[in-house]
Design a protein around this ligand. Sequence first.
Ligand SMILES: [Zn+2]
Length: 172
Amino acid sequence: METITHNLVAVVIQILCFSFLIFPWNLIFTIVFSFISHIIVDAISIITYHTPDVQKGDKFWIFWHYIIYVLSLSSIIVFIIPYWLSMLFANIMDLWDWLTLRPIQKKIRKKTPESKWGDKYYFHRIVDWVREKLFFWLPKRNYKKSGILIEIVLIIVFILYIGFLGGFAHFF
Ligand SMILES: [Zn+2]
């Protein structure tokens, strides 16, 4: 799913771990659960609008992603202190696959288009595996534009839950 959704899940994980566990388990479980949360959240993202590739010509796609970028950036600004740890680990798979591995692969493929270098280092292969094994029963709606409604509802529910948990307390 989108960075904003990963961030909100991460914040909830850190709040719960720090409420119920003592040092060092609060840190350890925050890291472990945040990392795993990316796999689960991405695996079920098949029910939300989530095209595997960029749809440059599609105004709706561009509009939705513009909103997502603004929301994601805002969520980082709002939560980075004190939730940077869980947010970092909840996004590490995207940081590696999309911002590191993919650009390197692109460069290599410019020279040797048939190169398969790096294919096996993608974290999202784990996501695909988990989706096939555990979430195969979910309806595939990743090309359905109405799928954004599911993600919007999820985002609102998580924001409310974070408020309920006192996750905005660092502002007051
Ligand atoms: Zn991802």
